[in-house]
Design a binder for this molecule. Structure first.
Ligand code: HEC
Ligand code: HEC
Length: 382
């Protein structure tokens, strides 16, 4: 059965993109990467989440798990064992499939196909959504959970330009930023909940926007790469070991890479707007949000006092709602006169890793293969 999520038809949309790409190519633009593998080509038993690329499909699985606070094994036979049967249809998985259809129908019939109801709307981390408002919640401390898309502040906030100018000054100024053109960093990455020393980690970065993060985990290497055009993700022992990012997730990978050399970050997104100031862990922050061409939405939080970036939350679209990624930056130190975060945490639906750098070598030559497909990028240096 072919299913539409309130978008026109995914198949038609995909055809349109291919057509638009060929038109764009004749107009002399950069060629797009190879067509990504679609869910129904990569997997065996896809009935409702058809016509979406593998990276988006894995995002939907992350959203399901987060919405119900369950692990993959709650819906999939043998997940987490050496013999997973992802294509099997146990009862909870069949319920989830029905829920996908229900949610699509709710959005289509009531909200003009806008994706305003998602699994999270009802489930909020529970398998059985609540029926009755808990009175303690009504009279307890309010928990503020801001929406993804923030309101523009009417007044009382600086302009977007003022916030970005202060950021560039805080980093060391435009001249110093322009003189940093590459770096290789070493450090560790510690998965959420792990009390060990962390896995050895290497970061390669080349201006304007190439970035590779390689973590030598026990089971094999995790890698995120972006070569200025294409981005890949590799994780050992998972369903699809390596896949390319597409759409808003690809824009997100590019945004991460742009932040390695942030002088021109303002040009990267459009529709910038300043929202109301808030606090993160007791620090007063300015809030700026921008939008990308492929559906990326990014919210940047700048320390009011120092001007430095303390958090970035970015969202890409998926068939069942926005997929969030959050980076929290701290411990800024100068490298070749440019302030660089020596610690950050990278949170996404499938985990959180705390990175800590021990050594950064500025302005050194890097093999271009590092930024390409991870299989090539993670091979030992020649
Ligand atoms: C709430 C239930 C639920 C959870 C939790 C869940 N899935 Fe799924 N999964 C589904 C459903 C439903 C489908 C079938 C989608 C369809 O028919 O289009 C599916 C399909 C799949 C498939 C395709 C199998 C095939 O060959 O057809 C893979 C792979 C997969 N899931 C991986 C995962 C991973 C990895 C996780 C954990 C991060 C996960 N799933 C968590 C419900 C779930
Ligand atoms: C409009 C509200 C609503 C939305 C939206 C919704 N659900 Fe549900 N879901 C429910 C309710 C209510 C139940 C419990 C029904 C019951 O108790 O019989 C449920 C039950 C489930 C169950 C069975 C849990 C169990 O105990 O075995 C799964 C799995 C599930 N939902 C997955 C999803 C997924 C995946 C999405 C998003 C695609 C989703 N739901 C969206 C309301 C919703």
């Amino acid at each position: 059965m072919k299913f539409s999520f309130g978008r026109p038809s995914l198949a038609i949309a995909t055809g349109l993109i291919v057509w638009l790409t060929s038109v764009a190519l004749t107009a002399g633009q950069a060629p797009q990467g190879p067509r990504p593998q679609m869910s129904e080509e990569a997997f065996k038993n896809i009935q409702v989440l058809k016509g979406i690329p593998v990276d988006e499909f894995m995002g939907t699985m992350g959203l399901f798990s987060a919405a119900l606070s369950v692990c993959c094994a709650e819906c999939h036979t043998g997940a987490g064992t050496s013999n997973p049967k992802w294509e099997d249809d146990p009862p909870r998985k069949r319920t989830a499939r029905r829920m996908v259809q229900m949610v699509a129908a709710i959005n289509r019939d009531n909200f003009n196909g806008r994706q305003v109801v998602t699994c999270w709307t009802c489930h909020r981390g529970s398998q059985s959504p609540l029926v009755t408002p808990p009175l303690d919640k009504m009279y307890g401390d309010p928990v503020v959970e801001p929406p993804d898309i923030l309101a523009r502040a009417a007044s009382g906030e600086p302009t977007v330009d003022e916030i970005f100018d202060k950021y560039v000054q805080a980093l060391g100024g435009a001249a110093r930023l322009a003189n940093l053109t590459s770096y290789v960093a070493k450090g560790t990455s510690t998965p959420f909940g792990d009390v060990g020393k962390g896995y050895p980690t290497e970061i390669y970065a080349k201006a304007p926007n190439q970035l590779a993060t390689i973590v030598h985990q026990h089971e094999g290497d995790m890698a995120r790469t972006f070569d200025g055009r294409e981005g890949y993700f590799k994780l050992p022992l998972t369903v699809v070991e390596e896949y390319p990012w597409t759409g808003g997730a690809l824009e997100g990978a590019r945004l991460d890479a742009e932040f390695a050399f942030p002088a021109r970050i303002k040009d990267f997104l459009t529709n910038w707007r300043v929202s109301f100031s808030t606090t993160i862990n007791g620090v007063d922050v300015r809030v700026v949000q921008g939008t990308g061409a492929s559906g990326l939405v990014a919210t940047l939080y700048f320390d009011k006092a120092s001007g430095l970036l303390v958090r970035m939350v970015r969202y890409s679209n998926s068939a069942v709602g926005r997929v969030p990624t959050q980076l929290d930056f701290s411990d800024y130190r100068p490298v070749a006169g440019v302030m660089m975060p020596f610690k950050w945490s990278y949170s996404w639906l499938s985990g959180r890793d705390d990175f800590a750098l021990t050594d950064v070598q500025p302005n050194i030559a890097i093999d271009p293969a590092r930024f390409g497909k991870p299989v090539a990028a993670v091979r030992p240096p020649r």
